[in-house]
Design a protein around this ligand. Structure first.
Ligand code: FAD
Ligand code: NAD
Length: 471
């Protein structure tokens, strides 16, 4: 029997952040991982998807140089070599998440699938672990929708698509969320015909105006995106898949990627043995991320049932460290957590979208906009398509949406502004290097003050008066 202060189940984004922090702060930590160290993000999620998108961007650049006077060429894509780049990227980051590194921090790492045997005990590979506190950081897996015939055909998920070394001759993607759209653009730019089948609206969680900009670009690049197109039947075999839509049309493809959302990975844990309540969305926790039914147990990351992002899992780790290690009250907020879909153009959001802000703040809401067409750097780069929207209440941003090149980098300053409750003046008054894309944020914030400054008769009168008395 191992006795410890903290037992963490799952060595992904959340579990690793927590283990590193807790061990270095002096706690005895056991970390259990059933599969690969690093979890989804490193092995089958963020890292491989961004590496694939980077290769796709390179290929795309070769076809789009005409406006700069560079003759476009059709890139020769060595699909297997692209996947080698993806594998090398994972391998380059893997040492940061490795068992050896964590053992170096003093963490006891156990490899195997954990399950609860009582309210204060876990079993893994015949070993029993009793802990003061348990943290469930088991992440999520692809949810497979109950479409007739789906189990009869070979399909890909995020766990298998990055290992595919031969290019599909036609990739069908079920689901137009962030996974579906990122994979659609990556494959299209690498020369693969792609059809996305979306039951409702693609990028449906995002501001519709900004999502439309992304979708227009994807369609212009040749991705076929079918919306309001529920699939009712799937049939076929390896290399020849047929998806029948509700309206009767049949889409034929060589491969099928299922990207219709995620299911939290709780089934191996035997939560009932620990008296831990859960729903299909995740472990039932309060804002303190603590199980409502077993106070020894916490859940972080995807398993906590909220949004699903690596940076959110890392933030959760910080929240529970405060509570578990220092005994201090700690609550996880959500209003300042950014999200980015890494299509081109990127789509970034922090805080409320315009529709959410209108529903929450009504007439008190002011929406400010700035387009990338007025940004000198965007023009120089030939990337003038894009828009930033600021949702402002009483001089403070409550939400920011950006669609454009490097929107994921640009949202950072707004994540800070919202987290620190900064007033818009802090961003409007910031001096930025010229010419940078970041000036688009300053311009949008400045729009809040321009009418107050430039259209105000009192300001004009005051300026005239002061000028009269100046020597
Ligand atoms: C294709 C794709 C792209 C993504 N891109 C991004 C992105 O660009 N940016 C972003 O922020 N997020 C992205 N995400 C989401 C991100 O990967 C997850 O939100 C994040 O990994 C969640 O971290 P976690 O710690 O909760 O779970 P994970 O990182 O999934 O780790 C959970 C770990 O627990 C282990 N485990 C499960 N059950 C047990 C058990 N019973 N015993 C022992 N071990 C167990 C699993 O094997 C796994 O290693 C992406 C996801 C996918 C699928
Ligand atoms: N850049 C990022 O940060 C990033 C990238 C990828 C994934 N992720 C995370 O992973 C999570 C999962 O991504 P996802 O795209 O799989 O899920 P999602 O839930 O965001 O989107 C799934 C989409 O599939 C559609 N859908 C559901 N059932 C369907 C069906 N039967 N037929 C057709 N369409 C159907 C939904 O309407 C929805 O638009 C995201 O919510 C996000 O948190 C993040």
């Amino acid at each position: 029997m191992i006795e410890t202060d903290l037992c963490i189940i799952g060595a992904g984004s959340g579990g690793l952040s927590l283990a590193a922090g807790a061990a270095q702060m002096g706690a005895r930590v056991v970390l259990i991982e059933g599969a690969e160290m690093g979890g989804d993000c490193l092995n089958t999620g963020c890292v491989p998807s961004k590496a694939l998108l980077a290769a796709a961007k390179q290929a795309h650049a070769m076809t789009t140089g005409a406006r700069f006077g560079i003759t476009p060429v059709v890139p020769q894509v060595d699909f297997a070599a692209v996947k080698d780049h993806v594998a090398r990227t994972i391998a380059a980051i893997a040492p940061m998440d490795s068992q050896e590194r964590f053992e170096g921090f003093g963490v006891q790492v156990i490899r195997g699938w954990a399950r609860f045997t009582s309210t204060d005990e876990v079993e893994v590979g015949g070993q029993r672990i009793r802990a003061r506190r348990f943290v469930i950081a088991t992440g999520s897996v692809a949810a497979i929708p109950p479409i007739a015939g789906i189990e009869t055909v070979p399909f890909l998920t995020n766990e298998t698509i990055f290992a595919l070394h031969v290019a599909p001759s036609h990739l069908i993607i079920l689901g137009g969320g962030p996974i579906g759209m990122e994979m659609a653009q990556a494959h299209r730019r690498l020369g693969v015909p792609v059809t996305v089948i979306e039951a409702a609206r693609a990028l449906g969680r995002e501001d519709p105006e900004l999502a439309a900009l992304v979708l227009a670009n994807l369609r212009a690049e040749g991705v076929v995106v079918l919306e309001d197109a529920p699939a009712v039947q799937i049939a076929g075999e390896a290399g020849a898949i047929a998806v029948t839509l509700k309206e009767g049309r049949v889409i034929h493809g060589s491969h099928l990627l299922v990207a219709t959302g995620r299911r939290v990975a709780l089934e191996r844990l035997d939560l009932a043995a620990a008296g831990v309540e859960a729903t299909p969305r995740g472990v039932t926790v309060g804002a303190d991320l603590r199980s409502v039914s077993n106070r020894r147990v916490y859940a972080i990351g995807d398993a906590a049932g909220g949004a699903q992002f690596t940076h959110l899992a890392g933030y959760h780790a910080g929240v529970v460290i405060r509570s578990i290690l220092l005994g201090l009250p700690a609550k996880a907020a959500t209003h300042h957590i950014p999200r980015v879909t890494y299509t081109d153009p990127e789509l970034a959001q922090v805080g409320l979208t315009e529709a959410e802000a209108r529903a929450t703040h009504g007439a008190a809401l002011q929406v400010l906009r700035a387009e990338f067409t007025h940004n000198d750097r965007a023009l120089a780069e030939g990337r003038a398509e894009g828009l930033i929207k600021l949702m402002v209440v009483k001089g403070r941003p409550v939400g920011v949406s950006i669609c454009g090149p490097q929107a994921g980098e640009l949202i950072g300053v707004w994540a800070l502004a919202i987290a620190a409750r900064l007033k818009l003046g802090a961003v409007a008054g910031m001096v930025l290097p010229y010419p940078t894309l970041g000036e688009v944020s300053k311009r949008a914030a400045g729009a809040y003050f321009s009418p107050k400054l430039f259209d105000n008769p009192w300001v004009k009168r005051a300026v005239r008066l002061v000028q009269r008395f100046l020597p």
